[in-house]
Design a protein around this ligand. Structure first.
Ligand code: F0G
Length: 354
């Protein structure tokens, strides 16, 4: 059995004797080597860190397990968050597992179907706010300051502590840090957490070097790239449709201290990477997750030299989170066929010998 995250990285986490050792099987996600993309880039190695393999299908579970364990330790019975979908799914799951009341505020009409299904199935109280994510986060922060509920957004410091373990795993698997770490940026907690994880392991002597951090926002929601908040953020990647990231400073520090970059990619580039990952690598992720690969391809096209480099792209969430998108972008309509062999043979006749 995989070792629970709280146990495996105990010495690097803010745990005490009183912290309950909860787990839903988070962490220990695969680092899969690219079969095709690396050739296109001329690099020696590209890897995908498959965070969609966490129990609720996204990286959020790493931070949530720590935040919920600490909430339980403090005697909390009520947790709350605002979310573009994945945080709410994760909070709802751990809330259910630990018998807590869970409240989630989501921007109305902006959350992918799979994520809504999760929050509902896990029995969370879901409020669809008539506003965007940034407003929902403001509201839940105020709510938690007035009522006895624990805020489990990434402004809760325990969330980032848990999320930094993904960087530990990358180093544990590769034997050192990669040259580049490509990662989507929304509320900017994850890039902050990874950088903290890489630095922590480096200081502990577990890695000889530090990676350059390459963060990517969607063009219509790129406040960090533009240097100012975006009032009405837009992008097909609903998970990162965020105009005023809570961990803005952390992302800028990760970029500058590592000698990296934060850049923007268009929705077209995101969809191109989304398809490429699924069809050429067998990695089905949600559109926000594809921004790490979209950004890598964009920088390569612009002439950045990745030859001989080792690159890790963080694939933050599962493609099953957003089943509608996969169907919308199908190149050919679903073909119906009569239930007899002759019809099936006729339908596939052009495929033989391919
Ligand atoms: N990828 C996915 C799939 C996400 O759900 C998120 C954020 C990100 C990337 C960006 O990570 O915010 O740490 O920079 N989702 C949050 C949510 C906002 O509510 O689920 P970040």
């Amino acid at each position: 059995m995989r070792r629970p995250l709280l146990e495996r990285y105990q010495e690097y986490l803010p745990l005490t004797e009183q912290t309950p050792p909860i787990t839903l099987g988070e962490g220990g996600t695969p680092l899969v080597r690219s079969e095709r993309l690396w050739r296109e880039l001329g690099t020696s190695e590209v890897y995908f860190k498959l965070e969609g393999c966490n129990p609720t299908g996204s990286f959020k579970d790493r931070g949530m397990v720590v935040a919920i364990a600490k909430a339980l330790e403090a005697g909390s019975r009520f947790i709350a968050c605002a979310s573009t979908g994945n945080t709410s799914a994760s909070a709802a799951a751990y809330g259910a597992h630990c018998g807590l009341t869970t409240l989630v505020l989501v921007p109305k009409g902006s959350v992918a179907a799979g994520k809504m299904a999760q929050a509902i199935a896990y029995g969370a109280h879901v409020l669809a706010v008539n506003g965007n994510f940034d407003r929902a986060l403001q509201l839940v922060r105020e709510l938690c300051s007035r009522h006895p509920a624990t805020l489990v957004n990434s402004v809760n410091p325990f969330r980032l502590e848990g999320q930094k373990t993904a960087a530990f795993e990358v180093i544990d698997d590769l034997g050192d840090a990669p040259d580049y770490l490509c990662i989507p940026v929304g509320n900017a907690g994850n890039i902050t957490a990874y950088w903290r994880g890489f630095r922590t392991y480096h200081e502990a002597g577990k890695a000889k070097r530090l990676p350059r951090m390459l963060g990517f926002q969607a063009e219509g929601s790129a406040p960090i790239v533009f240097g100012h908040p975006v009032k009405d953020p837009k992008t097909i990647a609903s998970a990162i449709r965020i105009g005023s990231p809570a961990s803005w400073k952390g992302a800028v520090a990760a970029r500058d201290e590592s000698g990296g970059r934060i850049d923007a990619v268009s929705d077209e580039e995101i969809l191109e990477a989304y398809k490429l990952l699924a069809r050429q690598e067998g990695v089905f992720c949600e559109p926000a997750s594809a921004t790490s690969v979209a950004g890598l391809l964009k920088l390569a096209r612009e002439g950045m030299d990745f030859r001989g480099k080792r690159i890790v792209c963080v694939i933050t969430g599962s493609g099953l989170k957003d089943p509608d998108l996969a169907q919308q972008i199908a190149d050919v309509p679903l073909q119906e066929v009569s239930a007899d062999l002759e019809s099936v043979e006729e339908a596939v006749s052009s495929l033989w010998g391919r």
